[in-house]
Design a protein around this ligand. Structure first.
Ligand SMILES: *Cc1c(COP(=O)(O)O)cnc(C)c1O
Length: 395
C-alpha cells in the first residue's frame, strides 16, 4: 500500500456566518495550544472549577451540577434525555424545527412515550399549548423545548413555562445551543430543570463540549432511577463524581484542550459583560435584517420571536439559493447556511454568533450577497442593502 502523502494543514480562510461553528478568537485558539495537564492534576481541577463558575454565571443558575459534557451540542441533548428518561416515561417534546425533531428522536430511543407538540416551522409554543398537553397526558416525566431553533431562527418565549411544568410534576428541559452567550438565558428564573448548550455557537469556541446544568429536582429524578442510565459514556451519576469537588473520580479522560478553550471563551464573554454582549447581538441582527429586507428577503420567524444569533430568511423569488451560497464561499470566503427539512432550497440561515456578530460581518455578507444577486439580475437598487444596515447603526 502506498503511504498517504499530503501537505501541511492549510485550510482556506473563511468568515463563518453559518449556523455553526462560529468564528473563534485568537485568544481561544492560543488557550487550546497550551501544554496539557493530567485530567486529575490539582491544577486542572482548579481550571474545572473556574469553568463551572463561569458557566453558572452565563446560564443564570446556582445549580451545583453545572458541567461541560465531552462532545458537541447533540451530546448535551442526549445527556439530558438519557439521564432523565426511563423506558415507559412520557415525554412532551415541542417540534417546530429540526432540533425539536432530534429531541423527539432521542426521547424515543430512551424508550419514552413521545408526545409531540406541533407548531409551524418558524412558530413557537404558547404556555396554554404546553399546559393542555400536560393536562391531557396525565403523568409526564418531562417537557423538552428548544429555546433557539437554529433551523428557523425562532426564539421560544420562556415566561410561565417552568411554573406550568412544576404544577404538573414534570421537569422542564431546554436546548440553549444557539442562545447561550448571545441572548439572555436565565435557567433558574425560568424554572428550567435541565439545560444544555454547545461551545461552537454564541460562545465562539470550537465544537467539542456541551455545557449541561441539572437542577436539584432533576438530580433527584436521576438519583431515584429504577434502571441504570443506558449510556455508559453519558451517565451523569458517574460523571458527577468527576466534576464534584472533593471526589474527582476518574470516569473518562477530559478533553483537556477543549476545557482550556471553553475557559478562555467564557472569560471573554464575562469580560465583555452579558448585557453588552446581548445588546451587540441584537444590534447587529437588526442591521443585517434591515439590509436583507432591502434585498427582498423575508424573515421566517414571526416578529418578536426572532433570534439575534441566527437570521433565517427566504431567498428572493426565482433565485437559485444554493448557487448563491456556493459563490459566497468560493469567491468571498463567506459561509452562510441553507435550509433544512421543509425549508431546504428556500431559505438562507445567517449566523451572527459570538465573535461573528460584528458590524464588519454584517457589511461583508450584505455586500457579497448584493454582488452575487446582481449577477442574477435580482438587485433593484445597488447599495440599498448597505444603506439600510448603516441606518440601523447610525440610529
Ligand atoms: C447546533 C445545534 C444542536 C446540535 O449541536 P452540535 O454541536 O451540532 O451537536 C442542537 N440544538 C440546536 C438548537 C442547535 O442549533
Amino acid at each position: 500500500m502506498a503511504t498517504p502523502n499530503f501537505d501541511e494543514l492549510n485550510p482556506p480562510s473563511r468568515l463563518l456566518l453559518g449556523p455553526g461553528p462560529s468564528p473563534v478568537s485568537p485568544r481561544v485558539l492560543r488557550a487550546m495550544s497550551t501544554p496539557l495537564l493530567g485530567h486529575l492534576d490539582p491544577a486542572f481541577l482548579t481550571i474545572m472549577n473556574e469553568v463551572q463558575a463561569a458557566l453558572r454565571a452565563v446560564m443564570g443558575t446556582a445549580n451545583p451540577f453545572t458541567i461541560a459534557v465531552s462532545g458537541t451540542g447533540s451530546a448535551g441533548m442526549e445527556a439530558a434525555l438519557v439521564n432523565l428518561l426511563e423506558p415507559g416515561d412520557t415525554a412532551v417534546v415541542g417540534v417546530n424545527g429540526v432540533f425539536g425533531g432530534r429531541l423527539a428522536e432521542i426521547a424515543g430511543r430512551c424508550g419514552a412515550k413521545v408526545v409531540k407538540l406541533e407548531a409551524p416551522w418558524g412558530g413557537v409554543f404558547s404556555p396554554a399549548q404546553v399546559e393542555e398537553a400536560l393536562q391531557r397526558e396525565g403523568k409526564v416525566k418531562l417537557v423538552a423545548l428548544v429555546h433557539a431553533e437554529t433551523s428557523t431562527g425562532a426564539r421560544q418565549p420562556m415566561e410561565g413555562l417552568g411554573e406550568i411544568c412544576r404544577r404538573h410534576g414534570a421537569l422542564l428541559v431546554l436546548d440553549t445551543v444557539t442562545s447561550l452567550g448571545g441572548l439572555p438565558v436565565e435557567i433558574d428564573a425560568w424554572g428550567v430543570d435541565a439545560c444544555y448548550s454547545g461551545t461552537q455557537k454564541c460562545l465562539s469556541c470550537p465544537p467539542g463540549l456541551a455545557p449541561l446544568s441539572f437542577s436539584p429536582r432533576a438530580l433527584d429524578v436521576l438519583r431515584s432511577r429504577k434502571q441504570k442510565v443506558q449510556s455508559w459514556y453519558l451517565d451523569m451519576t458517574m460523571i458527577a463524581d468527576y466534576w464534584t469537588e472533593g471526589k474527582r473520580a476518574y470516569h473518562h479522560t477530559a478533553p483537556i484542550s477543549m476545557v482550556y478553550a471553553l475557559r478562555e471563551a467564557l472569560r471573554t464573554v464575562l469580560e465583555e459583560g452579558l448585557e453588552a454582549r446581548y445588546a451587540r447581538h441584537a444590534r447587529n441582527s437588526a442591521a443585517l435584517m434591515a439590509g436583507l429586507a432591502a434585498l427582498g428577503c423575508q424573515p421566517v420567524a414571526a416578529e418578536g420571536h426572532r433570534l439575534p444569533s441566527l437570521n433565517c430568511i427566504t431567498a428572493p423569488e426565482g433565485v437559485n439559493e444554493a448557487a448563491v451560497r456556493k459563490a459566497l464561499l468560493e469567491e468571498f470566503g463567506v459561509e452562510i447556511g441553507g435550509g433544512l427539512g421543509p425549508l431546504a432550497g428556500k431559505v438562507w440561515r445567517i449566523g451572527l454568533m459570538g465573535e461573528g456578530s460584528r458590524q464588519s460581518s454584517v457589511m461583508t455578507v450584505l455586500s457579497a450577497l448584493e454582488q452575487v444577486l446582481a449577477r442574477q439580475g435580482k438587485v433593484q437598487r445597488p447599495g440599498a442593502a448597505l444603506e439600510a444596515a448603516l441606518k440601523v447603526y447610525e440610529a
